[in-house]
Design a protein around this ligand. Structure first.
Ligand code: NAI
Ligand code: CS2
Length: 477
């Protein structure tokens, strides 16, 4: 490490110190500090709804941890040193984060809190979310949105300048969604605060990309073997890293371009490209692969039916929905994605990607599906199979009757409605009407109904592999 850590100040708060934060935003800032060693951009990391152990462990290592990029040649370790402290409400008190947000030195707050952490639906903040309801009724701030608003209220009261709030989750228009949720919450409590936030703070959108699977116990052994010591905060990920950020900062801008990020005026085309090509294909592999009993993405890609389906999905179902982006060849982008998915050193579990599907489908599958219906009047066959597969997951058993465990904030409600219905055909209309991602346009659409019905019947009758093989030969003819 070649920057002086003793010069780092608490200028950046990161909420959601999970696997991705370590290998992406914090890693980029670290690289930026290496390239601009005069910077004082130290980070305080926080967790809200997961335990404090990860933070205690990081404190024990004085904030230093390793990111290990995995490829066919092995693991390549990078030591990250930009973290200078941690906060957890259970350890440091409910006031700890709002106080930090109000401190004059702080300039940036970034978030990797998963899609559901934004507590939002298509129309902004979800006022029916029980945690949000409780906070608006006076409970101490615990959701990210309420913590941000509590901190910004203190900041305004102290007459400090606004902040940059940088959403780094896989949502389209992630910054806009964050701004909307914060505004909705603030406006419900203090409209003048909401006006101040809108004027003084910035919520840049950003496209984030690096595959960072959840760590497993064999991964911990690999880390120990490579470093020659334990590092409980280490993560293993792919070498690839991309971050495209809307160039809209409230005050000082950290050395992100120096760390490899691309700052642009409009992130939306990059976001849509990544969410539809990478994440859409990931959800396809996770749902259909998991249903077929395949445990990891590389195992799916080693199966010729899945490999052909992903190539078709990229070329015919996702890419046509995207506007051209200067300097980007979507065919090449798709090929590169498939090579990343084949990385045998990353054991990215299909079950991990299948979790929270209700939060992921709108930006990954349903937005491009709407494009196909509007422009071509058709439902692409693989998108229909993905939706049918999710219904099958919700009904609880896959090919050969194997049990499918759904980990999703909406699963309980959806499962209660559809798992007891006698047949998939009975379940389909309830599914279409019961999941709000479909919305008033897609839920009653007969073309969607019959495409998913057909996909369900095929998957149940022939299993995933045979269905993919038949579908690919039909689209080729
Ligand atoms: P993780 O499970 O390791 O960490 C999730 C973090 O989010 C934890 O700190 C957890 O406390 C926090 N969290 C979960 N639910 C929350 C809630 N309701 N409110 C506040 N905080 C909450 O997951 P990981 O891998 O760090 O991924 C997190 C997010 O980062 C993803 O959901 C995605 O949006 C984004 N991302 C992840 C990538 C990956 O490959 N892992 C790549 C690109 C983006
Ligand atoms: C994955 C993503 O878990 C998932 O849903 O699709 O986290 C994926 O690994 C990243 O977006 C890659 O940048």
């Amino acid at each position: 490490m070649t920057y002086d850590r003793s010069k780092l100040r608490p200028r950046w708060l990161h909420i959601g110190f999970g696997a991705f934060a370590r290998a992406h935003p914090l890693c980029v800032l670290h690289r930026g500090l290496l390239n601009d060693p005069t910077g004082d951009w130290g980070v305080i990391v926080a967790r809200l709804n997961s335990g404090r152990d990860a933070l205690d462990q990081l404190d024990h290592a004085r904030g230093i941890y390793h990111v290990l990029a995995a490829d066919a040649d092995g693991l390549h370790a990078e030591q990250v040193g930009c973290v200078i402290g941690t906060r957890h409400p259970d350890r440091d008190g409910a006031d700890a984060l709002p106080m930090l947000i109000a401190s004059p030195e702080l300039a940036v707050i970034s978030l990797t809190i998963t899609e559901k952490g934004y507590c939002s639906g298509p129309d902004g903040l979800d006022f029916d979310n029980p945690a949000i309801r409780a906070e608006l009724a006076g409970a101490p701030p615990r959701t990210a949105i309420s913590v941000l608003v509590a901190g910004l209220a203190r900041r305004r009261a102290a007459s400090h300048a606004g902040l940059t709030l940088l959403a780094c989750d896989n949502l389209s228009g992630n910054g806009t969604k964050l701004a909307r949720a914060v505004d909705d919450f603030a406006r419900a409590t203090d409209p003048q605060l909401a006006d101040w936030i809108a004027g003084a703070c910035r919520f840049p959108c950003s496209m984030v990309d690096r595959i960072v699977p959840a760590m497993t116990s064999p991964d911990r052994d690999r880390v120990r073997g490579t470093l020659g010591q334990d590092d409980p905060s280490a993560v293993i990920c792919e070498p690839f890293l991309q971050w495209v950020i809307e160039d809209s900062f409230a005050a000082d801008r950290p050395p992100l371009a120096e760390g490899g990020a691309l700052l642009v005026a409009d992130v939306e085309p990059y976001e849509d490209m990544k969410l539809r090509m990478l994440n859409g294909a990931h959800s396809l592999l996770a749902l259909l692969g998991g249903q077929a009993g395949l445990a990891t993405v590389d195992a799916c890609m080693a199966d010729p039916h899945f490999a052909a389906a992903v190539a078709h999905f990229h070329a015919q179902e996702a890419a046509p929905t995207l506007p051209p982006l200067p300097g980007i060849d979507l065919a090449r982008y798709g090929e590169d994605l498939r090579a990343r998915f084949r990385n045998p050193a990353l054991k990215h579990r299909t079950a991990q990607i299948a979790s929270d599907t209700s939060q992921k489908l709108p930006q990954r599958i349903l937005a491009p599906l709407r494009w196909h219906l509007a422009q071509r009047g058709t439902v692409p066959p693989l998108m229909a199979l993905v939706l049918a597969s999710w219904l099958i997951w919700l009904r609880g058993y896959g090919d050969d009757g194997c049990a499918l465990e759904v980990n999703d904030p909406r699963a309980e409600t959806l499962r209660a409605r559809i798992s007891t219905l006698p047949s998939d055909a009975d379940a389909l209309p309830v599914f279409l009407a019961g999941y709000d991602g479909f919305g008033p346009d897609l839920a009653p659409d007969q073309r969607l109904h019959s495409a998913v019905q057909d996909a369900l019947a095929r998957l149940r009758a022939h299993g995933v592999r045979n269905t993919l093989a038949a579908t690919m030969s039909e689209v080729a003819s």
